[in-house]
Write a protein that binds this ligand. Structure first.
Ligand code: HEM
Length: 399
């Protein structure tokens, strides 16, 4: 069956390098495809939207986890995920989300704009020079990391220690069951980060400040969040800052600079940054997929999903559904369409979306204004990852 062959290709280095042709092979088999053993894949925009918004689809389900990830209870990384809002169903999901929600509202986020402008200016100052620079190292990584570290109250000087661990931890969230080596790395990262946050929380308890760590400790004292949950919660927010916005900046700049007419348009019209960033999110989503489990027997577009069935929602395929986005393979910031599903939808809609948008909408016009001849300067190197899509190296030059 061609859909199965597409899935098998996605699990190879070739499939990871360019997954989009495989998504089209899956789409050819239908917007919802049954792949056997209770496993389904969704590539249609409308069907993906329904699964994400329908409360009968759960983010975790022990029976299904036992079946698909039999060793999950002995994995530090999956135990960590199981304590975060990302993998919690109601009512715990709402309780954990509310605790972080206040810090991430559109209004609170907008107040960060002067800090983001200052950070962007400083990074661009350091990028200026005659030779090519790696945009990922010089800009895409340090910007979101500085912002999230400040918000959380985590010392930014620890960022080089965090970087490989954030990367390894998200191996546990990859699209297909992780291999033993990746899982061992994810488990080690989960244990290291847990120890780190336990230490940091103890320190902050003795020296309270005006940051999320201190707010969480107050919530813990009021019985709203347990100690292990607090540690998991902080690690989730940190990792979300390290592994997503970084790739929006890299994927977005690569798509933009490959199209000189659009680069010139955005340079002349910085007020279009909002539309450009939405199209960057649609065109090459940093988070390519997510999963849900059916809480009950469900009909999804004529396909019967049994209770406990696992549904992989390929957000990046939904973003290229021609029934939703005419000529989806074209990067077109003038599309007349509502935002894509690249931040998810429904109860688990990305908490950091206003922050990621603020950073990207600030960064691109400033980069184009201050680096008037910015261009790609050599072969870019993709990371060998599927679920979290981005670049390892993206050389650019202002000249
Ligand atoms: C371009 C950047 C980003 C993208 C593309 C992105 C994407 C996503 C997606 C697709 C989901 C939903 C997952 C699901 O439904 O299973 C999600 C959830 C989440 N994101 Fe983001 N994210 C980004 C940036 C951030 C940032 C900067 C933060 C925080 C600092 C963040 C925090 C979260 C959290 C906490 C959740 C879980 C929400 C819940 O379970 O209720 N994200 N994100």
């Amino acid at each position: 069956m061609d859909a199965l062959a597409a899935i098998q290709t996605l699990a190879t280095a070739e499939g990871r390098a360019d997954p989009y042709p495989q998504y089209e092979r899956l789409r050819a088999a239908g917007p919802v495809v049954a792949l056997g053993e209770g496993f389904f894949v969704v590539t249609g925009h409308q069907q993906a939207d329904r699964v994400l918004r329908d409360p009968s689809f759960l983010v975790t389900d022990e029976a299904a986890l036992e079946r698909t990830l039999p060793g999950w209870r002995s994995s530090a990384a999956w135990r960590w995920l199981g304590r975060t809002m990302l993998w919690r169903n109601p009512p715990d999901h709402g309780r954990l989300r509310r605790l972080a929600g206040a810090a991430f509202t559109a209004r609170r986020t907008a107040q960060l704009r002067p800090d983001v402008v200052r950070l962007v200016d400083g990074l661009i100052d350091a990028m200026g020079g005659p030779g090519p620079v790696d945009f990922m190292d010089a800009f895409a990584f340090p910007l979101p990391v500085a912002v999230i570290c400040t918000l959380l109250g985590v010392p930014e000087s620890d960022r080089d220690w965090f970087r490989p661990r954030a990367h390894d931890l998200t191996l546990a969230l990859e699209m297909f069951a992780a291999d033993p080596d990746s899982m061992a790395r994810a488990d080690e990262a989960a244990t290291d980060l847990e120890d780190y946050f336990v230490g940091l929380l103890a320190h902050r308890r003795a020296h309270p400040g005006d940051d999320m760590l201190s707010d969480l400790l107050a919530a813990g004292a009021a019985g709203q969040i347990g100690g292990a949950e607090m540690v998991a919660h902080l690690a989730l927010l940190l990792v979300a800052g390290f592994e997503t916005t970084v790739n929006l900046l890299g994927n977005g700049l690569s798509a933009l600079l490959a199209r000189p007419a659009l680069t010139a348009e955005l340079r002349a019209h910085p007020e279009l940054a909002g539309a450009y960033v939405e199209e960057m999110l649609r065109f090459d989503p940093p988070v390519q997929a997510t999963s849900r489990f059916a809480g009950q027997d469900t009909d999804l577009d004529g396909v019967r999903i049994p209770a406990d069935g696992e549904v992989m929602v390929i957000l990046a395929a939904a973003a290229r559904d021609p029934r939703r986005y005419p000529r989806p393979e074209r990067f077109d910031p003038h599309r007349d369409s509502v935002p894509s599903l690249s931040f998810g939808a429904g109860a688990h809609y990305c908490l950091g979306a206003p922050l990621a948008r603020l950073e990207a909408q600030t960064a691109f016009p400033m980069l184009l204004r201050r680096l008037p001849r910015l261009r790609l300067a050599g072969p870019a190197v993709r990371r060998d990852r599927l679920g979290f899509r981005g670049f390892a190296e993206l050389p650019v030059l202002d000249g």
